[in-house]
Design a protein around this ligand. Sequence first.
Ligand code: G1P
Length: 900
Amino acid sequence: MLKHIKFIDNHGSFCVNRPENTSYLYFPLASEAGLKSSVTPVLGGDSKIDQDTFLLEPVSSENLHNNRSSRNFWIVKEGHIPYSVTGSSAQQEADRFTDRQEDSELTAGFMWQTLKRTSRELGLISTVTSFIPKSDNVEIMYVTVENQTDTVQKFTAYGAIPVYGRSADNIRDHRNVTSMLHRIETTEHGINVCPTMSFDERGHQPNHKIYYVNGCSGKGENPISYYPTVEDFIGEGGTYTHPRTVYEGYKGVPAHSLAAGKEAMGAFCFSSFTLAPGEKTDFILLSGIADSKEEIENIFEKYNTSDKVKNALEETRIYWKKQVNVDFHTQDPDFDSYMKWVSFQPFLRRLFGCSFLPHHDYGRGGRGWRDLWQDCLSLLLMNPQNVGAMIEKNYGGVRIDGTNATIIGDGDGNFIADRNGIARVWMDHALWPLITTSLYINQTGDIEILKKQVPYFKDAQTMRGTEIDTLWNDAYGNKQRTEDGQVYTGSVLEHILIQQLAAFYDVGVHNIYRLRGADWNDALDMAAENGESVAFTCAYAGNLHTLASILRLMESAGETSIPLSEEIEILLNDQTDMFDSVSEKKKILTEYAKSCRHNLSGRKKNFSLSTLAANLIQKSNWLTDHIRSQEWIDGKDNEEGWYNSYYDNHGEAVEGFHHEQVRMMLTGQVFSIMGNVATDAQIRKIVKSADHYLYRKEIGGYRLNTDFQELKFDMGRMFGFAYGEKENGAVFSHMAVMYANALYQRGFAKEGWKALRSLSDTALDFDTSHIYPGIPEYFRSDGRGMYHYLTGAASWYLFTMITEVFGVRGVFGNLLVHPKLLAEQFDEAGTASVSVTFAGKQFHVTYRNTDRKDYGSYHIAAADCDKTAIEIVEDSHIMISREFINNLSSDLHEITVTLA
Ligand code: G1P
């Protein structure tokens, strides 16, 4: 039961009372054109296009309660204390948590939020709706004020938005000097700020961007007086929450005035107005970033009346609702609404990257390699149209030695060379492309993608990031070349093979894949010499199997062989007794890396698909046996046990029993289960141990590790974090969801659901999580949701719900329907359903389980698609052929599955 958050429709819209009483809340707003904002319940937060183009002062989480420089709108009645419709006045803040606190309520849906407040003092109800239209770089604040008293009242209104107008780098470096660059102009409807230059890491550049705040009444009337600088607006000794202009009625400057060299302010005053009892009026504030004055004028024309704004709001709402084209129906409507936000989060990560909300990971923009690939998972399920092209382009980031570019520019396939000689190899990077590509092939049946010719990335890094190729220079370019100077291209399949095969030989002393710079866990970054990741070795063992089955699929489609670069043969060694030798493996890897150190021969050879598949299986089997015999840790009473996940820089196993302490990490369990290394019997023991040592229901479920109580400088910075924070023992959603996914894949549905459900229960328990609906990056030790919205966990949660829990997914282009729902997930009538897109068609899949039987006890008794019966070959699932689906119309199709 939700206490503080209430869902109000079927699209995830929700409302919260007195949101200002909760710290660190922020809501994302963004357009497809580049502007992205965060908005707090008192309209703090920021707004920007990229690292160098911030309209409002950049904020980190601590600024959310600290900064006063928020968006504001003031209503003044003579003889009364000014009222801020955002609740951001000194008085309103002082009234918080007393019986004088105003009523307030925040309602929000995808890309819009409305804050409603009631001023008892003035007898007013005000609302502020904030949104960014989908294709413009302008944030709109639509303000309404209604007179609730039975007397006529006279008011004056002020719009007030501080304009930062520069690079985030200048928040400290050159903060004052860069204000001297500001050239400020008041216009008929607002204030433009056009800095003369920009100072950032690219040097001093002429600037043409204009940062602006425009305003008008709902009827299109302009302001009458302007306050273009912060000093003008707050007055000597004033503050943003007690601006002397508003409190003492200072007169500003007229339109077409100039100011320069000072911190800028988008503030203005409107002519006084009266409101009869029950009468309502409205105002519009438009703040944005533009390339020219004409653009600002056009935007103003587009949104300068209440009707225009209301229409734009409606369009924005419809647009984003449409993007989220999945819909769940279970016994719990709150969970179904929650899933709307989880499904929306991958869009937010596409727009915001990992940097542009107040908790930020990489900080300066962009997304990392693994995030790039995993974000495609949800796209494949919701908007698959362009994913094939995107995948193809992304393979262009792979280097010929199996490592990859790690600096990723804007747009697909834009990888940037490392010019600083900083070798960064994350050992998990080669894993994700295949996981995504395999889902792509399964969903679409497009096996041809494997034959697409793609170049390889080239920069100064060579020998798998251990040496610099001094022969490489700018003239060579960022694409791998052959001895005769041609850009070399190889098939997507060749890229995948090189990634998987090279990784196989990159081992440490325990014959486990080396940890290198880190794996998925970015904070395991201090064991580059001797660290090994058992966890990801398991994952790669699974990948080798997946790749073998893809090769067999190609074979069944009539291919017998494929051309590959001749150098690859070095990696195809199939003498299994050699696999036991670490030094032999290193030799092979060095030999291969040397063969493509600078250029490639360019010669190709044909390789038989069946031999290749057998080769991969052999490697996978060897890994599985090796890990099983070496890494299993027996737990208590023969009932518990788990896999060691890592070796530290001293070459010591990280997990097990350390004095009296139990050391266990989730990552090794996730991938031993997912990669089929753990046997079913071992999974039972792992689950027992994870429940014993890692599970804390009230903070979201499975923590990433137990408390090692040691700084472990031989492992990574995570051990410097307080226990329960981020990578050190938080409930890290991404790993917890992958744990669920792995369990489902192996048929452990009850256990998987426990992991998923604990996450959603805690997220929706507002008193604990203190976040709006959605999945945060992690829950810290007191259960607060952190780094909300921008996490790969959302893609994996959605992916797991659709493909595992509801079991609706592609198998080489055909549609598999294989439910793993538990009794508790069916509604009173025994129904559960999901709406998804598949092969360009929309399906509504309904399961009827009138006896509400549990997974494992039911079988499929009957199934139909639009009343055409579907043959049941196996009673756990049905398969609908691609051919059948291709013949369906573009309407919505109903698949009904009766469980008995
Ligand atoms: C973040 C990073 C991801 C990394 C993870 C663990 O996770 O974006 O690349 O693997 O931390 O260090 P996310 O925010 O996607 O949950």
